[in-house]
Design a protein around this ligand. Structure first.
Ligand SMILES: NC(=O)c1ccc[n+]([C@@H]2O[C@H](COP(=O)([O-])OP(=O)(O)OC[C@H]3O[C@@H](n4cnc5c(N)ncnc54)[C@H](O)[C@@H]3O)[C@@H](O)[C@H]2O)c1
Length: 252
């Protein structure tokens, strides 16, 4: 079960964190994996790890918010690893200056734009780049990492919440549009994940209070869910949002 031999995957934002673990797990189950990130050195480190473990991987460096750059990266990756069967839209948090957590009334389009650009437009651009090929071959998986922010809304992260709810809408519409072509489209919605650091203003303790399982999530909690959805065994599962979130939205 859950073998991906002969499949090619592209995981966005796979240079670290959740995306890196998804890439490692897909590769360990036989997929050749394209490692997308903004930063070539992050992608290279993950590729080295996968190759050292006997897997196949290649870089696909691009800003997912840049339509043309995504097209070029997908073309180059396809030439190197083969047609993309599995897309994991994981890049979702803007880096550096774009990562602004602030009450809505103190935000403007310049604060909203990086969240929408990476989380929503990134998923649209990457899906658009692979969907025609999947349709031609009659098989595909589009898996998009969403968030509790999209399920419930997160205060002070209104644009991020909008983007993460937006990808759920994208997923449901694509699932209906492509279901007859052997392509499934699903989301995995995450709760709070362990990160190296949280911005000092982020109310971490308060956020964890509503969790049935009172700890932050780990990349290793997420990758197996993605593996299942990517597999042949999940061929009758589409248009769904899988919450991997410690039961955060069960108790309220
Ligand atoms: N961290 C959390 O608490 C949390 C909670 C819910 C959902 N999520 C979602 O999980 C996913 C992964 O998050 P993470 O915590 O592993 O993030 P992370 O910041 O640790 O890693 C994300 C990677 O994406 C890359 N990236 C950022 N912008 C990019 C772009 N425009 N193009 C290409 N690559 C880009 C970064 O360089 C980085 O290597 C995201 O979709 C995020 O929204 C995270």
């Amino acid at each position: 079960m859950f073998e991906l031999d002969g499949r090619t995957a592209l995981v966005t934002g796979a240079g670290q964190g959740v995306g890196a673990e998804i890439a490692r797990v897909l590769a360990a189950h036989g997929a050749a994996v394209g490692i997308n990130d903004l930063y070539a050195e992050r992608a290279a480190a993950v590729i080295d790890e996968i190759r050292a473990a006997g897997g196949r991987a290649a870089p696909a460096i691009a800003d997912v918010g840049d339509h043309a750059a995504v097209g070029r990266a997908v073309e180059a990756l396809t030439a190197e690893l083969g047609d993309i069967d599995i897309l994991v839209n994981n890049a979702g948090l803007p880096v550096g200056e774009g990562f602004v957590i602030r009450p809505f009334e103190r935000t403007d389009p310049d604060v909203w734009e990086p969240w929408l650009r990476v989380s929503l437009y990134g998923a649209l651009h990457c899906s658009r780049a692979v969907v025609a090929g999947m349709r031609e071959r009659g098989w595909g998986r589009i898996i998009t990492i969403s968030s509790d922010a999209g399920l419930e809304g997160t205060p002070d992260l209104v644009a991020y919440s909008a983007a993460k709810a937006g990808v759920m809408g994208m997923t449901r519409a694509l699932a209906r549009e492509l279901g007859g072509d052997g392509i499934t489209c699903n989301c995995v919605a995450l709760g709070l994940m362990e990160r190296d650091e949280y911005a000092p203003e982020f109310p971490l303790e308060e956020a964890l209070r509503g969790y049935s399982i009172p700890r932050m999530g780990r990349a290793s909690d997420v990758a197996p869910a993605v593996l299942y959805i990517a597999s042949e065994e999940a061929s009758w599962v589409t248009g769904q949002v899988f919450a991997v979130n410690g039961g955060a939205n069960v108790v309220r």
